[in-house]
Write a protein that binds this ligand. Sequence first.
Ligand SMILES: Nc1ncnc2c1ncn2[C@@H]1O[C@H](COP(=O)(O)OP(=O)(O)OP(=O)(O)O)[C@@H](O)[C@H]1O
Ligand SMILES: [Mg+2]
Length: 635
Amino acid sequence: MPEQIEETFERTQKDLTIFLRLWKYIRKYWLILILSLVLMLASALLDLVPPILIRNAIDRYMNVTHTFELVDGKWVEAPEGTFKLVKKADAYYLTDGNKEYMVDETFVKSIKEKDYQKLLTLGMIFMGVLLAQFASTYGHTYSTNYLGQRVVYDIRMNLYRHILRIPLSFFDRTPTGKIATRIANDTQNLSEFFSSVITSLVKDVFLIAGILYMMFNLSFYLTARTFFVIPLIIGATLIFRIFDRKAYRLVRTRIAALNAFLSEHISGMSLIQIFNRQKRKHGEFEEVSNRLLKAQLKQMIVFAIFRPLMDVIYHIGLCAVIWFGGKGILNGELSFGILYAFVSYVDMFFRPIRDIAEKYDILQNAFASAEKIFNLMDTPREKLNEGGRTIIPEASVEFQNVWFAYEDENWVLKDISFKIKEGERVGFVGETGAGKSSIMNLISGLYRIQKGRILIGGVPLEEYDLRALRRQIAVVQQDVFLFSGTILDNIRLFDESISRERVESVGREVKLDHFVSRFPNGYMSNVLERASTLSAGERQLVALARGKLFGARILLLDEATANVDVDTEFYIQQALEALKGVTLIVIAHRLATVRNLDRIYVVHAGRIVEVGTHQELMAKKGLYYDLYRVQYAEV
Ligand SMILES: Nc1ncnc2c1ncn2[C@@H]1O[C@H](COP(=O)(O)OP(=O)(O)OP(=O)(O)O)[C@@H](O)[C@H]1O
Ligand SMILES: [Mg+2]
């Protein structure tokens, strides 16, 4: 079973296509991009400097033999001189092998002083390089991350803005978790692409090129003899990549499966506990979790082999350098400083290569995420028909031979016709699944019908600007969703320009204050996530108040199926009474709710089968009568 939850994803777009789309977002920040590339280049160059400095320190200032010549009775330092300074029994002499002249301490000191001075200057330069290295590394890390986070922010905002406009039918087909993953995780993957891939990858490439250049420059002799490790490194890295890629994918899909499992089961926790499914669910989770464990262990093995393997290759390279380098020094072809610098570069060479190998999958993953994000961005938006009609001439609703299916030809509504005039109060009743809520969804234009016509105020629904239309139609859904925030804000939909007094006065009209007054903070009480602290009926009252507050002219109420206590039921009825003047369409499960309405439609299997007032329908002894008897006969 968990097999099915694992999200499999096949890339269909080319890397280049995706990159070009990403580029559109990056382009905006071109200045920062250039800055960070320059800083990256600088930082790579600066990384190459220290071995050269040390090489100079060794070869020029530590390992030098000064030579002298006697000019006009004075000893002067001369590069081609034949006399060398030697120390014998606490005294210094200048000698060319035959003759020996003693020199005093001050002469020796002045010579050494110069060497110290040069070494000190070199030390200062070294410090300067280190500081510059720090600054440039900081600069490029910060600027690429800044760029990346801005881009990811833009993409995230664009994506969410797009999702807000996708037609509802899309959400019926796509699990919430998947959409949330797109916004949260996939953008996170992209962010990793910037923070770890771009930053290091570009620098790594600069570095590798720089190191190779320096090595050839330092000593062609050594480079040529140690070059054989490079194919070894590349070969090992390629092989590693193949295995790692598989292992990495497996881990990813299993993490996705685990997440999907968790989000589904935590949402369904009450069901699990009610039906005592803990043990079984625990078992299922164990399986999902175990699969993840195995995948992660597999990945570990790949890494556990790769890292030491690279170490071994590194040491082979090092041995080669020391072997050939040592020979070079003995033959006088190489200096000790060059050997030192060479060893440093070999050491440095492995880091970027390993980095590139390890970052490659992050790159792949980021591109996969980008593709998924772009796919979601490509889902067509809901056509709101902006610029269409904005005012309902009359608050009437008419269906003319409406046929509707959520998908294909599974007709949910079949040939529905009715006309509700302005100010009328009608009810829809019927068994569960009959299609009542679907009728309501159609009136507010959430779905498109396949056949027939819907007229609002005598005008076809398609001619309206949907946003304007929805402002004039208040919908109280079967299961009212509340945002986390105060009751006050949920009524005025976070519109601060609506005063608390106004909200409270509307609240009184729709009998909301009765239960709000039970809360210690009244209207300022917080509703928790998903409003589990409010009953279904109470939430409906909040939504009713909202409809009233925003001056809706048509009100659709889909009575909660979940049991509403007698008190709340009474208040809902009272509230409906108070909503005089609006056209009211109530979908009822308790027939008592619709009893006093002007007209009642009985829906059965997607068709309207009976119409009339309560009395008329009771007299008919048809479906309504049966429904009524089922509900009240035993009482
Ligand atoms: N979003 C959807 N996608 C696909 N099918 C749906 C969707 N919503 C409802 N249906 C199907 O349409 C039919 C009618 O559903 P609808 O919600 O209109 O019934 P209802 O009369 O409101 O039922 P209830 O009394 O239980 O609220 C049902 O068979 C249902 O499975
Ligand atoms: Mg319903």
